[in-house]
Design a protein around this ligand. Structure first.
Ligand code: PGA
Length: 236
């Protein structure tokens, strides 16, 4: 059973998110899909949705606080309003565009772990690291586990090479297999691949040994495409 996640990033409005989620939920119900599905809308579009239990709505980001004075951030009181118990932590855009440090990420991770959230924790190397070989790539990735309790029961990992995110360049099957099998040897948790996963390669990618599903940005933002992605992975 594949885990399929859609990361909206800074796309969709409150209104379009609601219609996307309702459409996907109807599809999942009518087709008896048992994939585990995650949808991460922007924080302004979070809400309580009537959806089956195998679809979870998560936050793309939140601060390590219940409430307080952290201008521009949200905390658990805003997430509790909608019963949200899933969060994405360590995404490459948070690390590299928003400059979140490993220690901030680790602090956030510990906070949400204590509260029992399902955490989708992202790791992945930039292009220059990839170009210096598999050993260096793995070294870089292992540093992204600093301060992270990898035994946490509600942890899902996502390997997302930075050079493959939003670029249209998917990692090769061999790249994915090598990194996934190395991580899996150390950490026994579900491990998704992310980075330019598309409607027509999602099945192949999710069939690679050591790949438990996909975290998808661009190719998942149109409801029909996301439904097709679910359809293409429903028998795995
Ligand atoms: P992408 O993004 O599918 O657009 O490459 C993946 C992600 O950032 O999670």
């Amino acid at each position: 059973m594949a885990i399929i996640a859609s990361n909206f990033k800074t796309n969709h409005t409150r209104k379009s998110t609601a219609s996307f989620i309702n459409e996907v939920a109807t599809f999942v119900e009518e087709n008896n899909i048992d994939n585990e599905i995650f949808i991460f809308p922007p924080s302004t579009a979070l809400d309580s949705f009537e959806i089956s239990s195998n679809i979870k709505i998560g936050a793309q980001n939140a601060y390590a606080t219940q409430k307080g004075s952290f201008t521009g951030e949200i905390g658990t009181s805003q997430l509790d309003e909608f019963g949200i118990k899933t969060i994405l932590i360590g995404h490459s855009e948070r690390r590299h565009v928003l400059n979140e440090s490993q220690s901030e990420i680790a602090k956030k991770y510990s906070f949400y772990k204590e509260l029992g959230y399902t955490i989708v924790y992202c790791i992945g190397e930039p292009l220059e690291v990839k170009q210096s070989g598999l050993e260096k790539t793995l070294e870089y990735i292992y540093e992204q586990f600093e301060g992270i309790d990898t035994n946490y029961e509600n942890l899902i990992l996502a390997y997302e090479p930075v050079w493959a995110i939003g670029t249209g360049v998917t990692a090769t099957n061999d790249d994915i297999k090598n990194v996934h099998s190395a991580i899996k040897e150390k950490i026994d948790k579900p491990l998704l691949y992310g980075g330019s996963v598309k409607v027509n390669n999602v099945n192949e990618i999710c069939s690679i040994e050591g790949v438990d599903g996909a975290l998808i940005g661009t190719a998942s933002w149109i409801a029909d495409d996301f439904k097709q992605i679910i359809e293409n992975t429903k028998d795995l």
